[in-house]
Design a protein around this ligand. Structure first.
Ligand SMILES: [Zn+2]
Length: 361
């Protein structure tokens, strides 16, 4: 009896301590699920990526057709989630300028400017070519908890992603060379490597960028919205400098859109709904030129549309007794992407910036 109760006690302790070890390790289930939800949260809901690719999953028949070109080793890795031996892949030491496409469906997955030498023996990148061009799933095989990366279009197995990469993302995308096909920068790529739609970009400053970015991200036809800075004197401005008001930059949101679904003029109308264009150098509690209302036209065509839009608005009943403070700034200015912590701020943290909307109109 005594032996049995000792064994039971040992078993209970093993379960408790084993559970504690699993829960406290860097690869704990909770940590990885947070990572998956954070990375997937940047992807939005549109079937198109900001770079203009239709990410509708391919049919099984089409995947099978594409898979017929793979050799047995490639098929083992790509279709059956295999791993190539370390230091054996053909792209490990590739230092050429260009793009890495999905071996199976040719979707551009990584760019040479995000490749780094990790010392692990597998090609490593710190970010994908487009946030939407990678799908993340939890992988509990081999007694580990890892985040597997897949091609979102054809579900090809690519490798895994780890949180020990270099700045600015701190991520290490660990790839199998067999899952990739490299193309020089100007090389002709297969049909699947060409964008399905031609996207355009628009730039609006309407106070705190967290709120403006969140509003635009939900507009139909908007494929991506990111927070940044425009219209200032310094290069590569940081939030700490911009928010003091000395650099001349305005908190600005870059919008990538499908002009066949939403026009630039319709975006201008939404911009005037998402902030109060009559407030000069402020939005509600946020005061200073960094919170000014401004439009940064990408080109002359956008500048003309913006001018006509503001002229029409000024004559409308909504602004009868009010003055529009929105400035149209110089065309073709540089957009400086803000620090990662400011991207998708609302999606990550919830809550809402004070966006004083103008009633009526
Ligand atoms: Zn693919």
């Amino acid at each position: 009896m005594k032996l049995i109760s000792t064994l039971v006690l040992l078993l209970i302790m093993l379960v408790i301590f084993g559970g504690m070890l699993l829960a406290s390790g860097p690869g704990s289930k909770k940590a990885e699920l947070t990572m998956i939800s954070q990375l997937s949260g940047q992807q939005g809901t549109s079937m198109f990526s900001a770079s203009g690719y239709d990410l509708t999953p391919l049919t099984e028949d089409r995947i099978e057709e594409l898979a017929s070109k793979l050799d047995p080793e490639e098929a083992r890795i790509i279709l059956r989630k295999g791993t190539e031996p370390a230091f054996c892949g053909t792209l490990l030491d590739n230092k050429k300028e260009g793009r890495y496409l999905c071996r199976l469906c040719a979707l551009p997955l990584f760019d040479s400017n995000a490749k780094f030498t990790s010392g692990t023996g597998w090609p490593s990148f710190f970010q994908p070519a487009d946030p939407k061009h990678i799908r993340y799933v939890e992988d509990n095989t081999l007694g580990m908890r890892r985040v597997e990366i897949l091609c979102p279009r054809c579900t090809a197995h690519l490798g895994h992603v780890f949180e020990d990469g270099p700045k600015p993302t701190g991520l290490r995308y660990c790839l199998n060379s067999a899952s990739l096909e490299f193309y020089d920068r100007d090389a002709k790529v297969p049909e699947g490597g060409m964008p399905d739609i031609k996207t355009e970009s628009a730039y609006f400053a309407g106070g705190c960028f967290w709120g403006v970015e969140d509003r635009f991200a939900q507009v139909k036809g908007v494929l991506a919205a990111e927070s940044g800075y425009m219209g200032g004197k310094t290069q590569r401005p940081k939030y700490s400098a911009v928010c003091m008001g000395g650099t001349g930059h305005a908190e600005t949101v870059k919008i990538v859109f499908d002009p066949k679904v939403v026009s630039y003029e319709q975006l201008l109308a939404r911009f005037f709904q998402f902030h109060n264009p009559t407030q000069r150098n402020r939005q509600g509690p946020d005061i200073g030129t960094q919170y000014r209302s401004a439009i940064f036209p990408a080109d002359e065509k956008q500048r003309e549309v913006a001018l006509a839009f503001i002229e029409a608005q000024a004559k409308s009943s909504r602004f009868r007794d009010l003055t529009i403070a929105t400035q149209i700034e110089g065309t073709g200015q540089t957009f400086w992407r803000a620090e990662e912590k400011h991207q998708d701020y609302h999606a990550k943290h919830g809550g809402s910036c004070a966006i004083p909307e103008l009633s009526g109109g």
